[in-house]
Structures are given as structure tokens and as C-alpha cells.
Design a protein around this ligand. Sequence first.
Ligand code: ZN
Length: 119
Amino acid sequence: MHTPCSTPLELMRSRYEAFVKEDWDYIVETSIKQKIQDFKDINSTEWLKLDVLNAYDDIVEFKAYYRENAKIYVLHEKSSFVKVDGLWKYLDGELFNSKIERNETCPCGSTKKFKKCCA
Ligand SMILES: [Zn+2]
């Protein structure tokens, strides 16, 4: 059981945890548009790291790093949330075409630069 989230940022973090655990019921329950069918055939993704870049009003901008087929990618999204009957829910998101910088610390958890690690 989850306790209701009091801010969009809190909800965003709990939804990230739900993606890690593949808890699609929670994802659907906390969103306006997403349906359980959207996740039925999803490939297992290994989520590595969440960086929140910005959170204000009903917006949370984040980068989430994940590994798929031995390659690391970044999902950069600005999410919008809306309050329904006193509960925050995910509305939708704007995606950015971001890449992992070669000189940034590798998202895999090593302390090496990305270019010298998983790039
Ligand atoms: Zn690495």
C-alpha cells in the first residue's frame, strides 16, 4: 500500500520506484491516461538512476537512466501532474532528446566517466 503523495515530486519519485518494481497497477492508478494494456508487453528495463532536475507547481523535470540490451540510455522528461479529488496524478510528459554526456559520471554506479565505462 502506498500513502497518498502530497506533492508532484513525491508522486514522481514513487512512480519511478513503481517502474523499478514493475508495479503497473500503481502506475495506472496514479495516472490520468495510462492503461494497463500499455504495459502488458513492455520489455523488462533495468532502471539505474533518477535525477530530478526541476520541480515547481505541477511540473517535474527529470532524467531517468536505464539499461537495455547492455546499453545505457537516458529518458529526459518534463512531466505534468494534476490534482483529482485531492490526489495528485500523472497527466502527461514532454520528452527531450537528450544524450548521456561522455564526460559525466557513468549512470551504472561506477565512479568512472561514461566514456571510459559503459559508453
Ligand atoms: Zn558504467
